[in-house]
Write a protein that binds this ligand. Structure first.
Ligand SMILES: [Zn+2]
Length: 530
């Protein structure tokens, strides 16, 4: 996702997460294969009625397990009426955020079970039920990071992926958009309509949602037979159709340059997400003020489309490695903008991202993978986004364009429909480049901060020698290549070198023609430094 500017986020409250962010204990016990959620939505109440058919695969023998589901407290949350296995009731207890279920006998390892959970309640979070800015009532799933279990019983962790279908019954003045393809839309008696969407690719629950509103819908285009559609609020019909049509060109670029698009359609949806954009699988939600008819959201669209590969399909194995989603989406956007607008656009974007990283580091000293963070939303920080992008950018410099692209594609191919940690990315990149990247990943991903440089030079006119002194001011030295240029009084480059820096203080001497007046560090924007 992409965060909104900070002043908007101040109004957002964050639910307390009872789980350890690192992993959900259920993922060792079972693996959900498929969810089929049937939901009834109404106009006169925010109470939803749900039925979840869940196909479970047991990895270990057990007669008990739990699903994540927030229990009703003070009128908000879900109340479970029954849990069944082959139409026979199961014993369950529901406390706080856990629905504990007991089986009549232990399920052996390898067994698959289909259970059904019937429940109802007013979602405290996760499904945003609210009027849009035009006063129309809307419903939007907004699950990141683990807010799905406010409205859906599930294993709410990105390492357990499952195919998902939603059958929504709602008043017929709404349209419903969701993951996958629409397989039914039927008007029912009583002014109701049933809409059924089904995704066959396994998804992490963070990106499995519905969007329900009076929409204006347009087919914006197709990419290799994949329909790209726009879903905007009816009052934003004209402007929204213009703005979101940019997704066609963006999808084409990623489809061509990363790998075939992993889903069967792409819907771009104006929504009530709390984020700037939320990369729901094949069903991207953008914040409601993203529409103005001026096509000003190209990089937001590119960011969310990049997530369809990185984050949704190749996903972080736990939240601490969320830079594998956000750093990738940020840098893939930079790559798209570079391809479309040229190298100087890339350098400009990298300078802006570097500025953000330096500002952030001044406030908070932490590595990208920071296991001290307790509030998952705090992981949506500059380290995960901009510094993550900078890691990929410097990795590209380290191993060269060809190996970098080879590695990025290989990483996706190996971890698509699966999960990865930073060490997995490192391994793939080492294979692609034939180079050890241990020190690179250690210093940029697992260590806080960045080089803080003081670079001076001394010119001896008699000998035509220039001496360059590089000092790293931070605690312990980083290793990196530093590009420098010396310019004369006419701004002409009279010396251009790449210095290999490994120590706290280093000196270099070069013969030079001309009289240096100025030294430029990192003219191409390839190094994260201050
Ligand atoms: Zn993102």
């Amino acid at each position: 996702m992409k965060s909104l500017p900070l002043f908007l986020l101040l109004f957002v409250t964050t639910a307390l997460n009872a789980q350890s962010p690192a992993y959900n204990p259920q993922v060792n016990l079972l693996d959900v294969q498929h969810y089929r959620f049937s939901l009834t939505l109404k106009d006169d109440t925010d109470r939803i009625e749900g039925s979840a058919e869940i196909k479970l695969h047991f990895k270990q023998s057990s007669n008990a397990f739990f699903l994540d589901l927030v229990k009703n407290k003070a009128g908000k949350g879900m109340e479970v009426s029954n849990v069944t296995l082959e139409n026979k009731p199961l014993t369950f207890s529901h406390q706080d955020e856990r629905l504990n279920i007991t089986l009549p006998q232990a399920s052996p390892a390898g067994q698959e079970l289909n259970i059904v959970v019937q429940y109802a309640g007013v979602p405290a979070d996760g499904l945003i039920i609210d009027a849009n800015k035009f006063g129309d009532r809307t419903f939007f799933g907004d699950n990141w990071p683990n807010r799905a279990h406010h409205w859906l019983p599930c294993v709410d962790h990105p390492s357990d992926k499952a195919s998902v279908e939603f059958l929504v019954t709602a008043p017929d003045h709404y349209q419903v958009v969701s993951n996958g393809i629409q397989i039914e839309e039927t008007n029912l008696d009583g002014g109701l309509r049933r809409t059924h969407w089904k995704e066959t690719a396994p998804l992490p629950m963070k990106v499995a949602v519905i969007g329900v509103a009076p929409f204006a819908v347009q087919l914006a285009g197709e990419v290799q037979g994949i329909p790209v559609s726009t879903w905007v609020f009816t009052d934003n019909r004209e402007a929204g159709f213009i703005d979101y049509s940019q997704a066609v060109e963006v999808l084409e670029w990623f489809h061509t340059n990363i790998a075939p698009y992993p889903y069967r359609k792409l819907a771009n949806v104006q929504s009530k997400t709390r984020y700037g954009g939320m990369e729901n699988a094949s069903n991207i939600f953008y914040f409601e003020n993203s529409v103005n008819g001026k096509k000003e959201r190209e990089d937001l669209i590119a960011h969310e489309i990049a997530h369809q590969w990185f984050g949704n399909t190749a996903s972080e194995a736990n939240w601490y490695h969320v830079w594998l989603s956000e750093g990738f989406a940020t840098y893939c956007t930079d790559l798209y903008m570079e391809a479309k607008y040229g190298q100087e656009m890339l350098a400009e974007r990298m300078r802006e991202e570097r500025f953000a990283v330096i500002q952030y580091a001044a406030r908070r000293k932490a590595p990208i993978v920071d296991t001290t963070v307790a509030n998952l939303n705090a992981l949506l920080n500059t380290n995960s986004y901009q510094k993550g992008a900078w890691v990929l950018h410097m990795l590209r410099r380290e191993i060269g364009d060809e190996n970098f692209w080879k590695g990025i594609r290989a990483y996706y191919q190996r971890y698509k429909e699966s999960n990865a940690l930073t060490a997995d990315l490192q391994r793939v990149m080492e294979e692609a480049s034939g180079k050890s990247l241990q020190a690179f990943f250690k210093q940029w991903v697992f260590r806080a901060g960045h080089p803080e440089l003081k670079v001076t030079y001394r010119f001896d006119g008699g000998e035509n020698i220039v001496e360059i002194f590089v000092e790293q001011l931070q605690n312990s030295p980083f290793s990196f290549p530093l590009d420098i240029q010396l310019l004369d009084e006419n701004k002409k480059v009279i010396l251009e070198k790449t210095l290999s820096i490994n120590k706290a203080r280093e000196e270099f001497a070069f013969p030079i023609q001309g009289y240096p007046k100025e030294i430029k560090l990192d003219p191409g924007a390839w190094l994260l430094f201050k």
